[in-house]
Design a protein around this ligand. Structure first.
Ligand code: ADP
Ligand code: MG
Length: 610
């Protein structure tokens, strides 16, 4: 500790944060947080910054004292102001935390899985002595309420009670607990995400929702586990006492695109083969499925959201369903798409957690018996792609919640007085197996899919993939798989087998090397989503209209498994926009219209709307 940390803070605040302090004083007490960049403190005095990391509780307390001692030109007393340190040099994952980190200031990176309701927490309890009537305060710093061994502060009385807690005179802050889970993109194959509970107080509470991506800067604390039978345990658990929260919006739009990147993107968009190339860059290790991959390319950019003057909103995200025989690479396609999307979440309908796919309110230990809202996959994938494998196996509750999630793109939780609406603005990519395991090709397809028409009609595109033996195709797939395995084998062996050169690997990789590398594709997609909002040309409108009216007329006279509704028209518009976006065009042309009608037509024909 420097000799006088309060003086150190005063010097720092005066020289570097004076304007911020004046601003805070101006809007106080509505605003109560003074944000301090860690790097500013580090530039000011590296040792003091180090001290802050090592002894955060004392150092931050000193900062609060310093704020109170500043001579402000206005008449405010900033006693409820907080120092919120942001942008620490390093972000930790939950799994990296060790006992050495206890008591230190750390940044934890993750995804908010659950959040309790905001409730008052007592920080200063007013006790009234029932003998002499004197009222005194007892600060409540920990999580356990301290009302034992009190003594009346009236020196003339000095008795040990009884005392009455005066709620009106006591001081409370808003408090909330959240549970942060490691982001899926930080997990290596098969790892289970670990979680850390975080306590947020005062103006930090109530601003975070399940599904948010955050960096929580805080002081890591431990508490002793107890067990009703054995009492106190020697094992401790960790929690994080929040100092500040940074929102991290890693969505497509937020990817950094440099000037050179932008040039490369423009160049790519002028390539007449861009559709081919994007298609070939999606899951290159999977052979075939050109039509599916083309649609997945459209899904990456999707259409864009529209707000109608009457308040209604039309989603832009494209939902795709793949139904097909087992073992034909559906799961592989899903996993690949999740990797391509910065906010991709992969989940299986079978192995849903208690929050399932959507969200739920649970009463668990995080909330000390309070209700907690827990986000499921579709909330966690907000603004990304949610891949649901084995969708046919999910429970009925999830199935019905999906209706809202897919159309309104919100998820409502209403349970035991907890009401919340969470956002789920994601594209859904789902896979399902036929009801009986395999398609019977002599029977109509639709009844063999274990999903309701209402659910099916919410998908923009449904691909039916059957595994029919076809010697030419089979041997092509076999060759493709053998080659990709060989390339994988070479690169696994390379570290210990000096005979294998990079050139061998590169040669072997040619079959599965994507035309556009994933990093660049992600940038391209991000650029398109951020900057391109195409409008329909007259030609495209007319094409869609004619096609749609034709569909409706055909649809009238027979019992269609997937009803033709206005949804298909909206789907066409979305797909058309996506098609224009893929070449960064401001216009959806007749060619775009034809391209997407062809894709939709192929899907409908297979499902049985013809
Ligand atoms: P599904 O989810 O449809 O049951 P999987 O995605 O689990 O099937 O695929 C099973 C395996 O077969 C995977 O390892 C996949 O790579 C391989 N496979 C199936 N079809 C193809 C294909 N067309 N090209 C390359 N690999 C394939
Ligand atoms: Mg599968």
């Amino acid at each position: 500790m420097p000799a006088d940390p309060v003086a150190k803070w005063e010097e720092f605040l005066r020289s570097r944060y004076w304007d911020d302090i004046l601003k805070l004083a101006d809007s106080y007490p509505d605003e109560r947080s003074l944000k301090i960049q860690f790097s500013d403190l580090e530039k000011f005095d590296p040792d003091f910054a180090e001290e802050l990391m090592e002894n955060p509780d004392e150092t931050i307390e000193a900062a609060r004292t310093a704020i109170l001692e500043l001579d402000l030109p206005m008449d405010v007393y900033l006693d409820r102001a907080h120092v919120r340190i942001v942008e620490l040099p390093r972000n930790f994952k939950t799994r990296e935390l060790r006992s050495d980190h206890i008591g230190k200031l750390l940044a934890i990176d993750g995804l908010v899985r659950t959040a309790t309701e905001v409730r008052p927490k007592i920080v200063s309890a007013a006790f009234q002595c029932q003998r002499c009537g004197f009222t005194f305060f007892k600060e409540q710093t920990g999580n356990k309420f301290e009302d034992q061994n009190l003594k009346c502060m009236n020196q003339a009385c000095d008795r040990g009670g009884p005392f009455k807690l005066l709620l009106a005179q006591s001081k409370f802050v808003d408090a909330q607990k959240i549970r942060v889970q490691e982001s899926p993109e930080d997990l290596r194959g098969g790892q289970q995400p670990q979680t850390l509970d975080v306590e947020l107080e005062d103006d930090l509470a109530g601003r975070i929702f399940p599904g948010d991506r955050v960096i929580v800067n805080g002081v890591l604390k431990s508490y002793q586990r107890t067990n009703p039978q054995q009492g106190k345990s020697t094992y401790f658990d960790l929690f994080h006492k929040g100092v500040s929260v940074e929102m991290k919006d890693q969505e497509f739009e937020e990817i950094d695109i440099s000037a050179e990147d932008e040039e490369a993107i423009m160049e790519m968009s002028r390539d007449p083969e861009i559709y081919e190339k994007i298609k070939d860059s999606i899951a290159p290790s999977i052979y075939g499925y050109d039509d599916v991959k083309e649609a997945l390319g459209l899904q990456l950019v999707s259409g864009f959201e529209k707000h109608l003057p009457d308040g209604a909103r039309i989603r832009g995200d494209i939902h795709i369903l793949l139904v097909g025989d087992p073992g034909i690479a559906k799961s592989q396609l899903l996993r690949y798409m999740v990797k391509l999307s910065p906010r991709g979440i992969y989940t299986s309908g079978k192995s849903s957690t208690s929050a399932g796919l959507t969200a739920t309110a649970v009463k668990d230990e995080l909330g000390d018996g309070r209700w907690t809202i827990e986000a499921g996959a579709l909330v966690l994938a907000d603004k990304g792609i949610a891949a649901i494998d084995e969708m046919d196996k999910m429970n009925n509750e999830d199935k019905s919640a999906l209706h809202e999630a897919m159309e309104q793109q919100t998820i409502s939780v209403a349970k035991a007085g907890v009401m919340a609406t969470l956002k789920s603005r994601c594209s859904l990519l789902a896979a399902a197996n036929p009801k009986l395991g395999r398609f019977d090709k002599y029977e109509p397809i639709a009844p063999q899919i274990n999903l309701t028409p209402a659910l099916m009609s919410r998908f923009d595109l449904i691909f039916v993939l059957t595994d029919d033996p076809d010697t030419k195709r089979d041997s092509a797939i076999a060759e493709h798989i053998l080659k990709s395995n060989y390339a994988g084998e070479l690169s696994t062996q390379k570290p210990w087998n000096p005979e294998i050169s990079q050139e061998d690997i590169d040669n072997a990789l040619t079959v599965i090397e994507p035309a556009i590398d994933p990093e660049m594709l992600r940038k391209y997609v991000a650029y398109a989503r951020k900057n391109v909002f195409p409008t329909l040309t007259e030609e495209a409108k007319e094409f869609f209209l004619n096609y749609y009216v034709g569909l409706r007329t055909q649809g009238q006279d027979s019992n269609k498994p997937v009803p033709v509704t206005a949804r298909q028209l909206e789907a066409l518009i979305r797909l058309g926009e996506a098609s224009a976006r893929l070449r960064l065009s401001r216009e959806v042309t007749g060619v775009d219209a034809q391209r997407v009608v062809k894709i939709l037509e192929a899907c409908l024909r297979k499902v049985g709307v013809d």
